[in-house]
Ligand binder design. Sequence first.
Ligand SMILES: Cc1ncc(COP(=O)(O)O)c(C=O)c1O
Length: 320
Amino acid sequence: MTAQTSRAANDLIAPNDLDAWWLPFTANRSFKQRPLMIARAKGMYYYTPDGREVIDGAAGLWCCNAGHNRDEITQAIQAQAQELDYSPAFQFGHAGGFALASRLAQLAPGDLNHVFFCNSGSEAVDTALKVALAYWNVKGQGSKTRLIGRERGYHGVGFGGISVGGIVKNRQFFGSLLAGVDHLPHTYNRAEQAFSRGEPEWGAHLADELERIVALHDASTIAAVIVEPMAGSTGVLPPPKGYLKRLREICDKHGILLIFDEVISGFGRLGTAFAAERYGVVPDMITFAKGVNSGTVPMGGVLVREDLYDTFMNGPKSLS
Ligand SMILES: Cc1ncc(COP(=O)(O)O)c(C=O)c1O
C-alpha cells in the first residue's frame, strides 16, 4: 500500500466503523472522540494519516525489534503465503517450522532445545503453565498443581496469565480466576533502588519469599514459578542482582519448575538473545512471542528443556 492510498483509507472512517472496533487496553470513549491513527511505518518511525513522522520509541509494543516494514521480512511473509498459506496444525508438519524450532533452540541457553509453537504471548504463557501441570502429571506427581506468579507481573490476557499475573486492574473484573495460585512479592522499592544503573543491588532476598510459600503450601503441591526476568508492563524493572539465581536455587531445591516469560525480553532486547543468557540463569521453560518475527505475524511459543520434552516423548503410550 502506498503512503497515498493508506492516507486516504485512514481519513475515511465511517461513523459505524468507528464503533465496530472495541480496542483492548484503551480508553475507548475518548479514543472514539479523537482517534489516534497511524497510517504506515518504516524503520523506527510511524507516519500519521496527515504525514507526520512519529518516532516509535517502544518498538511497537516491545516487538518490532528489527524495525518496521523490513523488506526481507515482508518478502519472506509473501513468499511463504504464496507457497503454503496453511496446513493443519495437528498431525502435519512443514520444513520451515522445524528449521525455525532448531534456530530458536540454538539461540536459547542451556538445554532449552525444544519448541512448542502457538499464536501469541498470552497463549505461550498459558501453554507453559499447562506443560508444567501435565509434566508433573505424567511423572506421577499429579498433586503438584499450584502455580506461583509475582505481584505486578504481566503475563498476557489468558485466564492462566491473568491468574499468575499481578496487575490489579487486569484481575479485578474476572472473579476468582485459576484456583491454587500464589504470588511472590514484587521487586520494586524506590527508597532502596532509586538511581540504580541496571540491576539494583537491593532485593535479592525477595526471592527467599518462595521459601515462605513452599513452607505454607508444601513443595509437593507446587508445579511452577513464573516471572518476567525483566518486568515490562508494570514499569521497566530489571531484576535485583542475584534474585533470579536465588529463585533458580530454591526451585531446584524443592523440585519446582521455573518459567521465564520472555515475551518482551527475548530476541535481543537486553543485548542477548534471551534475558536468561544475560542474567546467567537457565529456566525450565521460556515463553516467547513478539520479537520472534519482529511483530509482523501473530506467533509465540515455549522453549522447554530436554527433561521436560523427554518426559512426554517417553511417557505413557497414549502420548505417543
Ligand atoms: C511479559 C509478557 N507476557 C505476555 C504478554 C502477552 O503477549 P501477547 O500480547 O502477544 O498476547 C506480554 C505482552 O506484552 C508480556 O509483556
